[in-house]
Design a protein around this ligand. Sequence first.
Ligand code: GDP
Length: 193
Amino acid sequence: ADEVVLTGRSNVGKSTLMRELTGHSFETGGKPGVTRSPNSYDWASDDFMITDLPGFGFMSGVPEEVREEIKTEVVQYIERHADDILVAILVVDGKSVIDIIDRHSGEGEIPHDVEMFHFLQELDIPTVVAVNKMDKVDDRDERLNDLCDRLGIYPPWKQWQETIAPITAKKGSIEPLNDAVRHHLEAQKRDDL
Ligand code: GDP
């Protein structure tokens, strides 16, 4: 079945966004596992599901090997479902993403978000980076341009509105994400004709 997947580190606001997209609340319970939901969200008339994948990366109180397992699970899920995934939404925290990427850009180290972005591109899955918590970001353009730079796409970010979607999920301000996702869905519909 066709699906849109939501992925990202833990605490970036994935559940908040999921609620915003679907109008439901979901039991996540903090346990690794895949939350699936039937479609009832803003992009009506398209017949697909939104799949919320477990958050990866640092979680306080969760041991390293469990975190690794979760990431492997997410990667395997995406590989298995690549043909059915219409769009992947990689959610990042706009306030902290650059610092986190830079902190993990040492020798032989690839930050999770950068790795995930390239992984999705390698699988040819149209990807939208939902840059959440923009209400906490002052230097908006600079931050988004820096993010393009770290992801290996050329700034300015405004040239990438189908890829970079600044949002504030908590306040329901997600129009750039809806626009970007709709763009990819419509492009695929045209290809299917
Ligand atoms: P998840 O772990 O990715 O599912 O993250 P949650 O949805 O549980 O959100 C983590 C924290 O970020 C919570 O305290 C949310 O209230 C907060 N949060 C989510 N979206 C936003 C946002 O747009 N702006 C701000 N300032 N906080 C947010």
